[in-house]
Design a protein around this ligand. Structure first.
Ligand code: ATP
Ligand code: MG
Length: 196
């Protein structure tokens, strides 16, 4: 049987339970063999807005979060490629490595509404099934046209990395919003002004 691979791309600055529940639910619901949490090297739509945490640090925190979780993997594919991170390049690379795999591109409802702004986005519907995950606080939009779309309802977790960065900067706790091994990694690396 062909492998079924989920791709959940993100800046993960930092990773949180919203990402992880989406990944686990997608894996279960769509019977995926594994879900790759692909850490963006240069999220070109976000750069310039603020100073991002270095990609290697964001990757280390994701790796700590998924360590020992069956079927979830942190992926360096965009970091190793370098430069701005375009999803189409990532999917091309996954297709190249796993020729016969069936690929599921997992996005939150907010991202599903912005696909038109992606580079070479017209190449993607022929390569993947789009999995749109419900996101707390985001009104679900119509299905993106031209894609094979699956909808995934997860418990509405109104949590974002933006909010976590604010909490961490203010010294508020993020326990249970971020898995404990990931918090330890954040502290060890002195990220988000924690441990300083
Ligand atoms: P930021 O606030 O910095 O944008 P974020 O929480 O949106 O961070 P991203 O790294 O931008 O996290 O998101 C990666 C992917 O995970 C996107 O497809 C996004 O829609 C999805 N996602 C993030 N948080 C949730 C959530 N709470 N529920 C469902 N999907 C989510
Ligand atoms: Mg986001």
């Amino acid at each position: 049987m062909a492998e079924r691979i989920g791709i959940l791309g993100g800046t993960f600055d930092p990773v949180h339970v919203g990402h992880l529940v989406a990944a686990v639910e997608a894996r279960h619901d769509l019977a995926l063999d594994r879900v790759l949490l692909v850490v963006a090297n240069e999220p070109w739509q976000k750069t310039g807005e603020r100073v991002l945490t270095p990609a290697e640090d964001r990757y280390a925190v994701v790796a700590a979060a998924v360590e020992g979780v069956p079927g979830l993997e942190a992926s360096r594919i965009e970091i190793d490629r370098g430069g701005p991170s375009y999803t189409v390049d990532t999917i091309d690379e996954v297709v190249g490595r796993h020729g016969d795999a069936e690929i599921f591109l997992v996005v939150g409802a907010d991202v599903a509404g912005q696909l038109a702004s992606w580079i070479r986005v017209d190449e993607l519907p022929g390569l993947v099934t789009l999995v749109v995950v419900h996101r707390g606080g985001v009104e679900p939009g119509p299905d993106p046209v031209g894609w094979r779309v699956r909808r995934l309802r997860i418990p509405a977790l109104e949590i974002s990395s933006s909010d976590l960065r604010r909490r961490l900067a203010e010294g508020r706790p993020v326990d249970f919003l971020v898995p404990e091994p990931a918090i330890r990694c954040i502290t060890r690396r002195g990220l988000y002004a924690v441990g300083r």
